[in-house]
Design a protein around this ligand. Sequence first.
Ligand code: PRP
Length: 219
Amino acid sequence: MTSELITVAVPKGRLLDESSHLFERAVGVSPKALLTGTRKLHADAPGAGLRFISIRAADVASYVEHGAAAVGVAGLDVLREEPRDLYEPLDLGIGRCSVIVAWPRGMKPLPKGVAPRIATKYSNLASRHFALKGLPAEIIHLHGSIEVAPSLGLADGIVDITETGETLKANGLVVAEEVLAVSARLIVNRVALKLHAERLRRLIDALRLAVGATAQHGR
Ligand code: PRP
């Protein structure tokens, strides 16, 4: 963090478009526009007092927790999979999706006493979910392409994120239950919140208004 600019970590990928619209509405600057075409992965918006950095979605919370960025945008899935010491002041209402349990369509029940093998990149959420239900499950941790695991015999079912449901459908899987309803949250480093209380309060308030306006009028 520099003394002049507040560093904001914005996720690459799916959330970049929607979070850029919110920042544009809130502070008049689009991180996507600023970061497009640069390999530097950071871009300054001195007029707004902000520096944007472009970070993988799964890493944003680490940057903010350790103070390398004061503020970030992160999905609730990531935040609940690996809880961290962060301030979460605002549901941004973007990146809506679900973490779900899904099984192959028409799957026969497993023999009594056999723990299902569950492929997932959300090992903690999945373990907690099955433990809360009192069902033993064997968790197989993967990093992506989770939906293909059952058809290859690697797992019986999956816990993964779904948005449109297209990937599940294309892989012959059906949703059994929701584990977590997800949207993106604004996250803030706790020390930064004390050091830059006034500026961060203003940023959070501006984003809250932008979220409200987007909900009312769309983009
Ligand atoms: C996520 C998720 C599914 C897909 C679901 O993958 O893991 O594969 O999106 O989207 P849908 O319901 O709209 O089809 P992501 O794109 O994050 O990539 P990954 O396979 O690397 O996890």
